[in-house]
Each structure stands twice: as C-alpha cells, then as structure tokens.
Design a protein around this ligand. Structure first.
Ligand code: ZN
Length: 121
C-alpha cells in the first residue's frame, strides 16, 4: 500500500484513503497559510492599482481638466506601472482605453498619453 503523508507536517497518514491531514490542527494551519498567500497577492495587486489610480488622479488635478494629454514620462516618473489596470473599454471614438478604476488612458504616439475620467457607474 502506498504511503501518504500529511500535507502540513509530513507525518505518515493512517486511515481513510482520502485523508490529507493527520489532524484538524494541521488542516487548519495548512489552509490558513494558503489563504495568507492569496491575501498577500491580492494586497500586492491592489496597492499597485491604487497607486496607479492616484498617479492618474494627481495628473488630472494638476491640469485641472478632465480630458487631457500628458507626457508619458511624467507618469512613469511618478511610478506608474502599465501592467496593472482594472479594465479596458472602447470609447465611442473607437479608441481603447485602459482603466485604473475611473481613470483611463490610451497612448498617443510615442511620448504622450490621453487621460480621461469616467463618470461613476
Ligand atoms: Zn500533520
């Protein structure tokens, strides 16, 4: 018979074939750990999305308009990370904008982006 071991403490498992843990405490600590990793990665992505949103918002506030062109390097300098956005929407003008929450951007040429703010849902 195949030997199976507890997923948490690696102790040998005795009993039912579908058993994965030697005890309730091992089951609990295994699941807590995995939830912790999940929460960590959610936090990591959330913090980047929120930072991106804040950078776009700051650019709007600086320009004091809700439809503006800004230099790409300006948001990069502030720490904007293009990999993180919440959704993509095609605007009536046919151009796709990537959004960080209510702020969207699309690239205009090499050095400029166009920023828009979406009305709340
Ligand atoms: Zn165990």
């Amino acid at each position: 018979m195949e030997t199976r071991n507890c997923l948490e403490c690696s102790d040998r498992l005795i009993g039912r074939i579908d058993k994965k843990f030697c005890s309730d405490s091992c089951r609990t600590s295994y699941h807590n750990k995995n939830n912790g990793i999940e929460i960590q990665s959610i936090r990591f992505i959330d913090s980047r999305l929120k930072r991106n949103r804040k950078i776009l918002m700051d650019c709007f506030l600086e320009q004091n308009v809700f439809d503006s062109q800004i230099e790409l390097r300006k948001i990069l300098k502030k720490g904007f990370v293009f990999d993180f956005h919440t959704h993509i929407e095609k605007m009536p003008n046919g151009i796709e904008y990537q959004f960080c929450y209510e702020f969207g951007y699309s690239q205009l040429g090499e050095n400029q982006i166009h920023l828009i703010k979406q009305q709340p849902y």
